[in-house]
Ligand binder design. Sequence first.
Ligand code: ADP
Length: 411
Amino acid sequence: MKVFDEKKGNIFKILSEAISEGIVIVNDKHEIVTSNDAGDRMFGYEHGELIGKNLSVLIPQEYRSNHHVQVNEFMENSDPRQMGHGRDLYGKRKDGSTFPVEAGLNPFEVYGSKYVMALVTDISVRKQQELQIRELNNELELKIEKRTQALKESIIELEKEVVKRKDAEDKIKESLRKERELGELKTKFLSLVSHEFKTPLSGILTSATLVEKYKETSQQDKREKHLKTIQNKVKYLNNILNDFLSIERLESGRETYKYSTFPLSKVVNEVIYNANMLLKEGQQINYPKNIDGIQVYFDEKILELSLTNLINNAIKYSPENTSIDVIVLPQKDAMSIKIIDQGIGIPAKEQKFIFNRYFRAENALLNQGTGIGLNIVKSHLNNIGGTIIFESEENKGSAFTITFPSKIPKS
Ligand code: ADP
């Protein structure tokens, strides 16, 4: 081979030994015509041992069939190119072991003969590193996935915790609110006691002192009058106390209702009997006498408390010589009772506040009162499915109606 004569051959040798890639040159019959030291070492051959061998000795069996065609095509087209096109390439050592390579093919022609110079790089180390990097990446991804999962779980736990805390906070706020309201109630009670109890108590004291003075039998009338005053005032104080106890029970959620079947007349008569003692000069209560047969199924105490409040208000807020009408309106599975008076009425602009606790209309302030009666009647009725409504006109009178469910259970 002229091209590889001694002189030029030496230059080729010097150049080819200086580079680290393996160089293998084949002719158009795929015979190796020369190789450099790096190439020999890479494939495990002695110096010069590859010369004359077919290129296929450097290619693992499974890649060979295709390879033949490729090299031939390549010789025809003759563009320098990288082999593999994204596929992994392998070289085969003399001992049969394989290793990953990268190969660039460079065709050339000398004196009419075609050759291909293959520049081969052993990429075992790089592949190994790539593998390690891939493994590390996988490990890292796995760790990240695990951490993300753990993080997600922690977030869910945290969210649950936040909800729990919010609930606990709401409960604390609610009980604080209740506590504050009960505190306010107690303060209010103390100031009311000092205001509202003073007048009746001094009235009681005066009457009691006077009773003592009437010693004669003929003075029985006067004694009775003062004893009645004492009874009235004690009843009044007792009502206020009952109202307060009712609020306290309502506020603390301790109120329970006791249902029973009883004749309506029992409660109406009792309330009216007590109310009669409070009547002013010329006042009278008209109430139905024919209700003896009416049975109701309700909480007796609540009915008594409601009627007492409404009838006592009708008396208190009406002048002398007026009448108060109590009307019973039985309905299917319910009972309504209406109390109509000809009193001072409630100013239109204040009517919307009338059920607010402690609210008292301006025209009522000369009368004694606490502003809690209507509020608790409404709360109780609300709690047990009843209602309270009213109509009122200032200086004409008012009409309050309570309605409560009353379905007598079949025994
Ligand atoms: P109190 O009578 O102790 O003030 P209530 O809660 O029973 O408290 O009544 C609240 C307010 O409603 C009264 O202060 C008064 O202004 C008004 N009111 C209630 N009933 C009547 C009535 N029959 N006529 C006129 N005003 C009334």
